[in-house]
Design a protein around this ligand. Structure first.
Ligand SMILES: Cc1cc2nc3c(=O)[nH]c(=O)nc-3n(C[C@H](O)[C@H](O)[C@H](O)COP(=O)(O)O)c2cc1C
Length: 177
């Protein structure tokens, strides 16, 4: 079979079929037919916003989404996110450092704003995320509005994960920039 560079010069080259992640081109010249498979890269506005190759997120999971998992996702072109997992600020800073040693790609940190009482203020966790300039601060179980302006000032994007209709309506009403 001719290589793809040659086949692209054929006049009768059209889409024959497609599958998830792949497109097959049917190429024909002088009675000879060849099929060439090309990978399709899905690009969405999210890809550009987060500087990722594949618009796939690793949702944060407490005590499960650690640096290794997040780095694997980011290194594969998706967006890796660690959960703060209820860790105190110094431990979270270490985890972020460990994640940075495993990938040079963008990643985020997921923080639960509500839930079980922790022996430190959640603001201290947010401060670590902003000081470390993680790409994304993802929040859940609470209203992230007070943290949005400081995050944006630090160059950190905020993702408001919603788990209820009321939260979704609150997020939809927000006027963030
Ligand atoms: C075991 C487990 C732990 C989770 N921990 C967190 C967490 O720490 N922070 C958070 O924002 N979401 C947490 N989530 C929610 C996930 O991020 C995600 O929103 C949820 O699983 C819905 O996505 P899915 O439908 O793909 O499962 C957790 C989910 C699971 C299953």
């Amino acid at each position: 079979m001719a290589d793809l560079g040659q086949l692209r010069t054929f006049r009768a080259c059209h889409l024959a079929s497609s599958a998830v992640g792949d497109v097959y081109f049917r190429c024909q010249r002088q009675g000879k037919v060849a099929y060439v498979r090309e990978a399709v890269v899905l690009r969405t506005p999210l890809s550009d916003l987060l500087a990722i190759d594949v618009p796939v997120f690793a949702a944060p999971m407490g005590f499960i989404s650690g640096p290794e998992l997040a780095a694997a996702v980011s290194n594969a072109g998706g967006f890796g996110i660690i959960s703060f997992s209820g860790n105190p600020p110094p431990v979270l800073r270490e985890e972020i450092g460990r994640l940075r040693s495993l990938t040079d790609k963008p990643f985020g940190v997921g923080v639960l704003l509500g839930g079980p009482h922790l022996p430190f203020p959640i603001e201290a966790i947010i401060d670590v995320c902003l000081e470390e300039r993680v790409s994304v601060l993802l929040t859940f179980w609470g209203d992230p509005t007070p943290f949005v302006a400081p995050a944006h000032a630090a160059g950190v994007k905020v993702i408001d994960q919603v788990g209820s209709v009321a939260d979704a309506q609150r997020a939809a009403r927000a006027h963030w920039r």
